[in-house]
Design a protein around this ligand. Structure first.
Ligand SMILES: Cc1cc2nc3c(=O)[nH]c(=O)nc-3n(C[C@H](O)[C@H](O)[C@H](O)COP(=O)(O)O)c2cc1C
Length: 320
């Protein structure tokens, strides 16, 4: 058997990637990347790979990818949108609508209830206006819609008491706040849930993390099916969802936070709620931090991008 020795370009690229991550992570990254690179070599029947292949392996190993740095540096240099207002206005803002899997719901549009939660604290911010536009699409298709901003609700942290997992516990949660007063019931009554999130430090904001922690009590119905409760069980197929995610940096493919959106979709799936629409939107950092001089969300100046939210909202009710 011949032992293949990676070419200089491959070694240098691997070194470049590994230097970007904390030393404590390097052995694990190296192991995972070597595994992927070897699979690629086998598939192609080649002995060495180029820089692009190594970067691609790094993208699979962990997001944000090294490409993320390349892209943002490129845009910052090209548009200088942090330093000059003209450049800020000229910088691209993009919305990506994921391939829709929405099908026509079984009930008439007029009976459909869409319940949206925005986890950004900024009223009229980019997440907020994209949610509103999706809701406008859903309304145009005949649905009833409602939106809450998590930040302005009284939602306490989960205290981890696990009372909600006890078979004889007759309430949904021990806490007393807006969740127990009306939000759980609204969720049980809704047909479609819309979750909006801005990326904060590479993940969902604390408001959304708290919200998902508090939804954990709904899972106990999986274990205690005969439990008598004031609410009803969520069956698979009862509800669908849409996720709308926005962030600051500009990247070509609008995909650097796909893994965070994936995570939200997995969490919803854990509640038997299938996400059928997703939007990613980027370019909301720089001089005015995603607003214009009138303090309006900058994405409002991009009607073609806004239209994607409208179409997605409509598809929630009518199918794709
Ligand atoms: C605390 C904080 C952390 C942020 N972290 C990131 C980040 O890691 N990556 C990024 O691209 N944008 C980041 N941003 C920018 C926001 O994601 C972006 O401005 C978002 O679109 C704001 O949504 P909104 O207009 O709906 O409030 C951050 C913003 C804040 C306030």
């Amino acid at each position: 058997m011949t032992i293949s020795i990676p070419a200089q370009e491959e070694l240098e690229a691997l070194d470049e990637v590994l230097k970007r991550v904390a030393p404590i992570m390097r052995p694990r990254w190296q192991e995972k990347m070597s595994y992927l690179l070897n699979l690629t070599k086998q598939a192609r029947g080649v002995k060495t790979l180029n820089r692009e292949d190594v970067i691609k392996a790094a993208i699979f190993v962990s997001h944000p990818s090294p490409k993320w740095h390349e892209n943002t540096a490129y845009y910052r240099e090209r548009h200088g949108y942090k330093a000059k207002k003209d450049n800020y206005y000229a910088a691209p803002r993009r919305v990506k609508r994921w391939d829709s899997t929405a099908t026509k719901p079984k009930r008439p549009p007029g009976e459909m209830k869409v319940l949206a939660f925005n986890s950004s604290p900024r009223k009229g911010g980019n997440t907020d206006v994209l949610i509103d536009e999706a809701l406008r699409g859903a309304q145009a298709a005949g649905a009833q819609t409602e939106k809450y901003m998590l930040h302005y609700l009284n939602i306490k942290y989960c205290i981890g008491c696990r009372k909600c997992k006890e078979p004889n516990f007759k309430k949904i949660c021990v806490l007393k706040d807006d969740m127990t007063d009306f939000i759980y019931q609204k969720i049980f009554d809704a047909d479609i849930i819309v979750i909006g999130l801005p990326i904060y430090t590479g993940r969902e904001p604390a408001q959304l993390a708290t919200f998902f922690d508090r939804l954990d009590c709904m899972r106990r119905f999986d274990i205690n099916k005969d439990l008598k409760t004031p609410t009803k069980l969520i069956r698979r197929g009862d509800k669908t969802a849409m996720v709308i995610c926005t962030w600051g940096v500009i990247t070509d493919k609008v995909d650097v936070y796909d893994h965070i959106i994936d995570r939200m979709i997995v969490l919803l799936n854990g509640h038997r709620i299938e996400t059928v629409e997703a939007l990613s939107a980027c370019g909301f950092s720089g001089m005015l931090h995603g607003f214009d001089d009138d303090h309006k969300a900058i994405i409002l100046r991009y009607p073609d991008e806004m239209k994607k939210a409208y179409e997605a909202g409509k598809a929630l009710i009518l199918g794709k």
